[in-house]
Every structure is written in C-alpha cells, then in structure tokens.
Design a protein around this ligand. Sequence first.
Ligand code: 4AD
Ligand code: MG
Length: 434
Amino acid sequence: MSTRVRISELPHHVGEVVQLLGWVRFRRSSGTKLHFLQLRDGSGFVQAVVKKGNVPEEVLDAAGKVPLESAVSITGTVREDARQVGGVEVTVDGVDVLAPCVDDFPIGKKEHGVGFLMDNRHLWLRSSRPWATLRIRAEIIRACREHLDEQGFVCVDAPIFNSAAAEGTATLFPVEYFGDTVYLSQTGQLHMEAAAQALGKVYCFGPTFRAEKSKTRRHLTEFWMLEPEMAFADLDDSMALMESMIAHVVARVLENRKSELELLERDVSKLEPATRLPYPRVSYDDAVKQLEGTEHAIEWGDDFGAPQEDAVSSGHDQPVLIHRFPMQIKAFYMQADPERPELALGCDLIAPEGYGEIIGGGERSPDLEYLIRKIEEEGLPQEAYEWYLDLRRYGACQSAGFGMGLERVVAWLSGIPHIREGAPFARTMARTAP
Ligand code: 4AD
Ligand code: MG
C-alpha cells in the first residue's frame, strides 16, 4: 500500500512507499537500464530513480522516453540522500504516464526571449523562476494581511465598477454599463474612507486598473493594491504603518521563502536592511535640493520620475520615505500642510536598488468646503462625489492611509527587473493574453 503525498512532505516519509502525482521536469538516462526523472508537483522537486529489475521491462522503457512535462503517477520508496534537493530521492517501483504530451514542450532548457515566454506564460508558469516568484507573492500577501489583522484592521473590499475618478481622469478605463459609462477602479481609497468611519481601521486588497500609456518596467494596466485606511490618523501614523508593514513582510519572506530566494539567486543581504526600523525620511524639498546640480535635477513643483526616485534612494540601503509633495502634483483629496499650504501631507515609500515607488499615501482633507473647491478646480463633476462629500458632512475625521502596489513589491523582493514577472498573468498596454 502506498500513501499519496506531496513532494514537500517527502522528508517525513523516509523508508515508506509513497505515490506521487506530478509532471516530469527533466529526464536523464544512463544507458537503457537506469533513468532519472525529475518530478515536480507544485510543492517542490524530487529525483525519481527508475532502475532495471525494480520495475517491469515495459515500465522501464516507458520511463526512458516519457516526454517532458507529461503528467505521471509514480510509486516508490523514499530514501534519504543528502546530495538531493530536500535531502531525499525516490526509488521507483511503478510509473504510470497519465497524460503524455502531444508534442515537445515549447519551453525547453535553451534561452528563450521574454516575448516568447510571455506569449507562453500559461506554460512558463511551470518553470522554476515563476514558481519561486509566485510563492514569494503569496507570502507577501499573507504577511501583509497578518500584520494588519493582528492590529485590528478589518478587511473590507472596495467595488471595481465606479462612477468617478479618484486618481486623475487620464488613466481611467471606461466600461459600458447598461447604456451608461462607468470606470474600472483606480483605487479603493475613497470607499475605504467611508469604511474607516464605520469600522475604524480597514483595508481593501484587490485588482486596480490604470490606462497607463507608459511602457516602463514599473507599470501594469491591471495590478493588485493593498490599501489600509485609519480614522483619526495623520501622516505620521500612515508613515509608521508603511514602514512597519514592509519590515514585517520582508522579514517573513526572508524567513519562509529562503529556498525560493536562493533559486532566484537573490542577494538577501540587500533585503535585510529593510527589516530594520525606522526608515529614513526625506522631505520633497530636501530631495529637490539634493538633486540640484545633478543630471536628474528638477524644478520645485515638478513630479519625480524613476530617475529622481532612484537618485534619492541610492544613498540608502533601507527603503526611503519621501514626504510633503507640492500640492499641484497630488490628488484632490490630499490634506494641505497647515504650516505650508502649498505642500500636501502625502508620502511615497521608495524601495532600494532602483525598484522605485512601491507605496503612495498620506492624510486626507476632512474639510468639506476645501474639497468642493478642489473638485471644481480639477474640473471633476461634483455630483459624482456627493457620497464622498457626505463623509465630511457627517462626522468628518482626520483619516490617513496608503496603497501598496503588490507587483512592485514582488519584483523588488524577488530581484526581478520587470514588474510583469510579479503578476501571474501580467496585463500591459500590449498584452491581454494569455
Ligand atoms: O500612488 P498611488 O497612485 O496612490 C493611490 O492610488 C492612493 N489612492 C492609495 C491610497 O492612499 N489608498 O498608487 C499606489 C501604489 C503605487 O505606489 C504603486 O506601487 C502602485 O500603487 N501602482 C502601480 N503598480 C503597477 N502598475 C501601475 N500602473 C501602478 N500605479 C500605481
Ligand atoms: Mg504614487
């Protein structure tokens, strides 16, 4: 009798006869009498040894020519072997090819261009890099939720169909909606402000859409954003939560996803400083001064691009918090600094090593008249924001929070240069399939 187990559990079954269900990743033969199959089942990888004498002749032959990526069922005895990944291998006594591949698997050992790999993302996912990256992504999500849940935040999700813009009208995706036009969500923030007035500390985590025409390595048209929002909180509270959450996430990934980071050849010494608190804080004013006379100098009032973010963060091994931006480059809901009304009480968290902005957030204006004026100044239709303005009419409070772009965090922690590998199936200007 064999018990069905997953590869990751094999070290607990040494000496036992087990059944494994998975796919053949590699195959290597030593003559006709000995075949080594590397098997993967999603939980890990293991070597299965098929040897003449241990299996019937026809099974030996079949194992020697099973096409790569065929689905198989294997039975065998688990043996300790320190040289193998996971410290075990399986001595096979039965191989059942459940679904042989109809043709050579399109992704082989040779180098493929990224365009080809993205066209075949549905098959590329099986390779070790995407495998490791997606496991890191799942760990990041788990750690974020763990950090917020432990502090009494309530997960309240935001709608996707919306009748108004929250982050500028330039990046809206319109959708035909029963003869009307609505827009895919650019942020859950406005709804989280309503939820914070009901539940105090809340967050949403969901898909977010921006019609970004930029083809950079940091932009997707569909990405996942985690957005905590706190009632009776200010910019400092928001910055404190940004850094504590990121430090927790990095610590969890270092602790629980060691082998994945190793597989990706990630230099973890570059991640360790992010587990240290506090993170350096740099004001927009100081950042502009710091850039003066360099090739990335900007005028006061201009927004930062990737080169400016990288230049400001390059002197630090931890993430950097840049705060108090000019009002004119920030969204209508931002609270102005009472001491310098030309500044918005907002903050971006910039990841080290050139990964750029991974979080944006700050303090929201509680002032009804001010918001009505801003909505008018920006040419937005006030009627679409009446519900949001109600939050100021009925028990307005100082509210603060932020949005973390998941794929950018995945790219940073995994050490992958392009954000498209941080999503299971990336959506960009040029890609909506697979
Ligand atoms: O800085 P953003 O635009 O902030 C907001 O949307 C706020 N309403 C969030 C809040 O305060 N609740 O976006 C937040 C983060 C960015 O820092 C970035 O990580 C990510 O969302 N992001 C993108 N990620 C991938 N592709 C894009 N096109 C992105 N745009 C923003
Ligand atoms: Mg931003």
